[in-house]
Design a binder for this molecule. Structure first.
Ligand SMILES: [Zn+2]
Length: 348
C-alpha cells in the first residue's frame, strides 16, 4: 500500500515537473517571438515598393491592424485602394471606382480576392469608408465585385478567406460568368479539388482554417459534409508537419521538398514556416499551439526572421522580384507569429 502510494506520488510529481517544463518552454518561445515581432513592426513599411509588397505589409500588424496601427494601416490600405498602379495586376481598384475585373483564369498571386483576403485578416470592416476622387466608397463594394468575379472552377483560396469573414453563409448570387453561386457549391469545390499550388498550398490551407473557424457554418446541414472533409485534410497536414518537425533536423524534410525548387534559396525558412504558422495558429487548439513541435517551428522561424530583416535592410535599393517576394514572406511570417502569440497565451 505504502509502495503504491510512493509510486503514485512520484508519478504525480513527474507529470507536474513535465507540465512545468512545457510551460517554461512555451513562455521562453513567446518572449522571443514578441521581440522578433517588434523588430519587424519597427521596420519602415515598404510603401515605395509595388502594391504586392504593400498588401503583404498589412499582415505584419495582423488581426488588429485596423484598430491599433491606424497610421501604417491607413497609408498602406489607402494606397492599395486608391493609387493608380496600372503596371500591376495586383491593384484592388486600379484607380477606378470598381475593383479590377480580371476575369476567369487569374489565380494565385494577383487574384482579385487576394487584397480583400488580406484586409479581412487585418480586421478591416466592410463599412470602412475610402475616399477616391471625391467619391466615398466602402470595402463592401470590393466584396460585391469579388462575388461577381468568383468563378466556381477557379482558385477559391483567396475568396473563401474573405467570404469567411464577411458573408453569413446563406447568400446566393449569379457571378459574371452566369454561374449560380452559393457557399455550399464553393465549399464542395474547394474541399474536393487538388491542392492549389500557390505558395505550396498554404493559402489553400489558410482558406480551410478560416472556413473551419466558422462554427455557425458547420451547423448548417448543407455545409456539414464539406466541412468534415476540410477538417480531415487540415488534420492530415498537421500530422505530417508534426512528424517532420519532431525529427532531429526539423528543416530537413519541410524545406528540402521537391516543390520548393522554384522558391529562391534566400528566405526559404521564413517562406515555408511563416506561411505554415499563419494557418496553423488559426486551426490549432490553445494546447496544441504550445506543443513541442510548434515551439520548434516558432523558434526556427524567429531565428530566420531576424536574419531576413537584416538581409532585407542591406538590400534596400534592390528592386528585384526576389526581394519583393521576401518582403511578402516576412508579412506572412509576422502574421503567423502575431496570431500564434494570441493563441498560445495562457489567458484565453
Ligand atoms: Zn504566399
Amino acid at each position: 500500500m505504502l509502495f503504491s502510494a510512493v509510486i503514485v506520488t512520484e508519478f504525480v510529481c513527474c507529470a507536474a515537473r513535465l507540465a512545468w517544463m512545457a510551460d517554461e518552454n512555451a513562455a521562453g518561445a513567446r518572449m522571443v517571438a514578441m521581440d522578433v515581432l517588434q523588430i519587424v513592426q519597427s521596420c519602415e513599411p515598404p510603401l515605395e515598393r509595388d502594391s504586392l509588397s504593400r498588401a503583404h505589409w498589412l499582415l505584419v500588424f495582423g488581426e488588429r491592424a485596423f484598430a491599433e496601427k491606424a497610421t501604417v494601416f491607413e497609408k498602406t490600405a489607402r494606397s492599395l485602394l486608391v493609387q493608380n498602379s496600372t503596371a500591376s495586376a495586383f491593384s484592388v481598384r486600379n484607380g477606378l471606382p470598381h475593383a479590377l475585373m480580371s476575369g476567369r483564369g487569374v489565380d494565385g498571386q494577383g487574384h482579385q480576392g487576394q487584397f480583400l483576403a488580406y484586409l479581412s485578416l487585418c480586421g478591416a470592416e466592410l463599412a470602412e469608408p475610402v475616399v477616391l476622387g471625391g467619391d466615398i466608397f466602402t470595402l463592401d463594394g470590393v466584396l460585391r465585385d469579388l462575388m461577381l468575379e468568383t468563378a466556381v472552377d477557379g482558385d477559391l483560396s483567396w475568396a473563401l478567406i474573405a467570404f469567411s469573414r464577411y458573408l453569413s453563409g446563406t447568400e446566393r448570387w449569379v457571378n459574371k460568368f452566369d454561374e449560380r453561386v452559393d457557399l455550399d457549391i464553393l465549399l464542395r469545390r474547394h474541399s474536393s479539388k487538388d491542392l492549389e499550388p500557390y505558395c505550396r498550398g498554404h493559402h489553400h490551407f489558410m482558406a480551410f482554417s478560416c472556413v473551419a473557424s466558422r462554427a455557425d457554418w458547420a451547423e448548417r446541414p448543407l455545409h456539414r459534409e464539406s466541412l468534415q472533409r476540410i477538417k480531415k485534410q487540415l488534420n492530415e497536414r498537421v500530422t505530417l508537419l508534426e512528424k517532420q518537425l519532431l525529427k532531429s533536423d526539423p528543416t530537413e524534410d519541410v524545406i528540402n521538398d521537391m516543390t520548393l525548387r522554384t522558391v529562391p534559396t534566400e528566405g526559404r525558412v521564413v517562406y515555408e514556416f511563416g506561411h505554415a504558422l499563419e494557418w496553423l495558429s488559426l486551426h490549432l487548439s490553445r494546447e496544441d499551439a504550445r506543443s513541442e513541435w510548434v515551439l520548434r517551428l516558432v523558434s526556427r522561424l524567429c531565428e530566420a526572421v531576424k536574419t531576413e530583416v537584416a538581409d532585407l535592410h542591406a538590400l534596400k535599393r534592390d528592386r528585384s522580384e526576389t526581394v519583393t517576394w521576401r518582403w511578402g514572406n516576412l508579412g506572412h511570417a509576422s502574421a503567423g507569429l502575431g496570431r500564434w502569440l494570441r493563441k498560445s497565451d495562457v489567458k484565453p
